[in-house]
Ligand binder design. Structure first.
Ligand code: 5GP
Ligand code: MN
Length: 334
């Protein structure tokens, strides 16, 4: 948590007159949107307005969240987004550890004069004016709750805040399953339910909204999962043509990599997907126990993230990237 002195300073920065923006990472996920909107609604409960700005669009299954439709998407509203970042007194940076993770917002953030406040749970955060980084906490949305507690404002938690933070914690813990899900996480979830979060509504709004394109793509991916390294690693992939053929929509492939990890004995799963427009491969890594995919992805695939969940990219072909991946596993004696 921020130090008491930092909390006092942050408190003085947060006034109804302050211009405040909340930024989060490229390809926003449930925790990115949940923590950002949760913070926005918390500030609103204090009578303080803030704009949430994301680099690019996010999946439909997150757009039910209160105020999700008011999020400013920089790729569609470039001028508005850059003016807001440049003119901000306070810039909250949520669920990312480096300006390189926020697409076109990155340059604006680096040049901006406002006070930069980081709240994030990724490994190896870069420098910001105020840093609350904790890689043991499963979701940035949980950290927003801790921030609210530290500001002594739990009484302000309302329905909107509760729904957003619940969604962020639920999605980033894979439904309260991943390793860093703690008793504290569940206590916060209990508080959020008491303050109006409805587990059944949130789960079905977020997860029971499959598109037919997603299920078709899933069938394809599952049909050719490859298990390598004596059953310890699983490889999944999709080509651009397949995405096009099945009518890919943003978010359709979210969570596919977990099917690889669900195979008994598999310690690392990697999902390789050709980008729909540009010539690169987006990679998702997931792992169990002490297998550190953050380090692996940093070292070999210009990426990073958490110990058990990381992303990366490659400018090689799909087949070339998968080949490289297998070679790197062998080099690492995996
Ligand atoms: P996903 O596989 O769901 O895209 O990402 C898994 C985790 O790794 C998320 O916490 C995400 O923020 C992080 N991540 C994804 N892609 C990248 C990347 O290219 N670079 C870094 N540093 N982190 C990434
Ligand atoms: Mn997160």
């Amino acid at each position: 948590m921020f130090t008491p002195a930092e909390l006092l300073e942050i408190n003085t920065l947060l006034t109804p007159e302050s211009k405040i923006v909340i930024l989060t990472h490229y390809n926003p996920d449930g925790d990115a949107i949940g923590s950002s909107l949760g913070l926005k609604h918390y500030l609103a409960a204090k009578g303080i307005f803030a704009e949430v700005i994301v680099p690019n669009d996010f999946p439909k299954f997150l757009k039910w969240m209160p105020d999700a439709k008011k999020v400013i998407i920089a790729e569609y509203k470039r001028k508005l987004a850059s003016d807001l970042v440049n003119g901000a007194d306070v810039i909250f940076c949520l669920d990312f550890n480096s300006p390189s993770r926020i697409g076109i917002l990155g340059d604006w953030l680096v040049k901006a004069q406002g006070k930069k406040i980081l709240i994030d749970h990724h490994q190896q955060p870069e420098k910001f004016d105020f840093v609350y980084s904790d890689t043991v906490i499963p979701a940035t949305s949980q950290m927003i709750y801790h921030f609210i507690e530290a500001m002594d404002d739990e009484k302000l938690v309302n329905n909107d805040i509760a729904e957003c933070l619940y969604t962020g914690i639920m999605t980033d813990t894979g439904g309260f399953r991943f390793r860093s899900t703690s008793a504290t996480t569940h206590r916060i979830i209990a508080n959020l339910i008491e303050h109006g979060a409805d587990p059944a509504m949130i789960t079905s709004s977020t997860w029971d909204t499959n598109t037919v394109s997603r299920l078709h793509l899933l069938a394809l991916v599952l049909g050719r999962i490859e298990v390598v390294n004596e059953g310890k690693a699983a490889v999944l992939s999709l080509t651009r043509n397949e995405l096009k053929e099945f009518g890919f929509q943003k978010g359709d492939t979210e969570g596919f990599v977990n099917y690889g990890l669900s195979i008994a004995g598999v310690k690392m799963a990697a999902f390789f997907m050709e980008d729909l427009y540009d010539n690169f491969i987006k990679i998702s890594f997931r792992s169990k126990d002490d297998v550190d995919v953050n380090q692996f992805s940093r070292k070999y695939f210009s990426g990073g993230g958490h110990i058990n969940a990381a992303g990366g990219k490659s400018n090689d072909s799909l087949a070339g990237t998968i080949e490289t991946f297998k070679n790197r596993l062998n080099e690492e004696n995996f």
